[in-house]
Design a protein around this ligand. Structure first.
Ligand SMILES: Nc1ncnc2c1ncn2[C@@H]1O[C@H](COP(=O)(O)OP(=O)(O)OP(=O)(O)O)[C@@H](O)[C@H]1O
Length: 457
């Protein structure tokens, strides 16, 4: 047993963590044998999950391993030490999270202590609560001696600390409607003050869809050359450079260098073709020097490796989330993602495989908005009305079903150079799970690789 107290203090202080007990729990999970068929009895995972969350562990490595074990188990992957070590090695995390014989040691402890698992679960949960209470006490003591804090304020703090310290046992993992009322009303009250979702940078579009929300798959679709890549790069640019949020961008079609050229053009206002051809004049160089500042250290992380499977991208994103944080994932585009099974080759089957995986393994599992480009199957140019429709999507049913938002890019001057709407582009919001459908018009400045709000330009 370990304590975080000095020997002098040890006599009058109880230990507030037990690393061996934490290892027993990890080992018991690795050693858990799934029943052949449901028995109605709680499994080892159920018993642990009732009282333990990743944050319940004192040791952060134990928290991370617990999270990974639960995630792998949820996906039906093996989690005994050899399989888990293989997974961690693939992720480049073995040496950091489970050096030497750590996994087999835990496994042995888990097996040896299987009969007393409840004791260890209760002990680790109990110690976590004690730490919360101890930290709350320190916080309260500091607040009480801070000049200017009112009694009302201190009482409210004390109440919230007590609520935080209450045991959180998840006996029945279903919520009764009545229990949702207070938190939901609180949430609604504060919603307007919070950012609804991550803004795309297009004001009217954000108003319509409420920004990009965690867990959402947002699909931008259009005919070839309509401006899907420009839209994706534009949004990523806005999120990373203007909002300084962390973006992982997977370009399966365009090279990183070409994306950089597009971003540079959009940010500096220097013609894209001049950047592409290396024909910058003095004026252009001055603009670049003056305006390149915000691009430095912008948290936009690009990959142009192709082909990629969803699992590859999910692995890279998980690592980024753990090490740097992650706010948005961008994939350009869905039809170039490799299916999880090499035998799947026909397009509708590929999309039926890739689309739900992007939604489940990236958007849902990582709790981030995921922006994906998709191509059209039917070309609206063959129709009288060129306004795009959901049915134009290649492999439409899976994409339609999995996407929370579908934005169809449309430019009239793509079909008619003399159109009175030359230079305008429409984002047709054809599906929006939590908002209205509608059409948003932006200015198409393709020579600068960007779309911009009509209102201010
Ligand atoms: N420097 C430029 N000047 C003017 N137009 C440009 C320039 N660069 C690209 N474009 C135009 O911008 C449009 C949008 O390009 P984008 O790559 O975003 O299309 P896309 O919808 O992603 O196409 P694809 O389906 O081929 O991936 C294309 O029609 C292209 O011709």
């Amino acid at each position: 047993m370990h304590t975080n107290t000095t020997p002098a203090q040890a006599a009058d202080r109880a230990p507030v963590f037990d690393l061996a007990a934490e290892r027993v729990i990890l080992g018991a999970l690795m050693a858990a044998v799934a029943p052949d068929k449901p028995t109605g009895e709680p499994t080892v995972f159920d018993r642990v999950a009732e009282a333990i969350e990743p944050e319940t562990f004192y040791n952060p490595r134990h928290s991370e391993l617990y999270r990974i074990i639960v995630e792998l188990h949820g996906k039906g992957h093996p989690i005994e030490p050899v399989a888990l070590a293989g997974y961690l090695a693939d992720e480049g995390e073995l040496a950091r999270l489970a050096p030497g014989t750590f996994l087999t040691d835990c496994y042995a402890l888990g097996l040896a202590s299987a009969g007393s698992l409840n004791h260890y679960v209760n002990r680790v949960a109990d110690l976590a609560q004690r730490r919360t209470i101890e930290a709350g006490g320190v916080q309260l003591a500091q607040a009480a001696t801070t000049p200017g804090r009112s009694i009302d304020d201190l009482t409210a703090l004390a109440e919230s600390l007590i609520a935080k310290a209450a045991p959180r046992r998840r006996s029945l993992e279903l919520a009764e409607l009545g229990s949702l009322i207070n938190p939901a009303l609180d949430d609604i009250e504060h919603r307007a003050k919070r950012k609804a979702g991550i803004p795309t940078g297009y004001t009217d579009l954000d108003r319509l869809i409420g920004g990009m929300q965690p867990k959402q798959m947002i699909t931008v679709a259009g005919a070839t050359g309509m401006g899907k890549s420009i839209t994706l790069v534009d949004i990523a640019r806005h999120v990373a450079i203007k909002q300084r949020l962390k973006v992982a961008f997977f370009s399966l079609e365009m090279r990183t260098k070409d994306i950089f050229d597009r971003i540079l053009s959009a940010e500096t206002g220097v013609l894209h073709t001049r950047i592409r051809d290396g024909l910058l004049d003095d004026n252009d160089w001055q603009r670049v020097t003056r305006q390149i500042g915000p691009m430095a250290n912008a948290p936009l992380y690009l990959s142009d490796k192709s082909p990629m499977r969803v699992a590859d991208m999910a692995r890279i994103c998980r690592k980024m989330q753990r090490t740097l944080g992650l706010d948005l994932v961008v994939i350009d585009h869905m039809h170039l993602v490799k299916p999880s099974n090499d035998r799947i080759v026909e397009l509708p089957a590929v999309i039926a495989n890739v689309s739900p995986d992007i939604k489940r393994e990236i958007a849902m599992a990582l709790d981030v908005p995921t922006l994906v480009a998709a191509q059209f199957n039917r070309n609206p140019s063959n129709r009288l009305s060129k306004i795009p429709e959901l049915g134009d999507l290649k492999g439409s049913s899976a994409i339609e079903q999995d996407s929370d938002v579908v934005i169809l890019a449309h430019r009239e001057d793509y079909y008619d150079k003399d159109s009175p709407r030359c230079g305008e582009a429409d984002f047709v919001v054809a599906k929006c799970r939590i908002g209205e459908r509608g059409i948003v018009t932006v200015a198409a400045q393709l020579h600068l690789s960007r779309f911009v709000d009509m209102a201010i330009n």
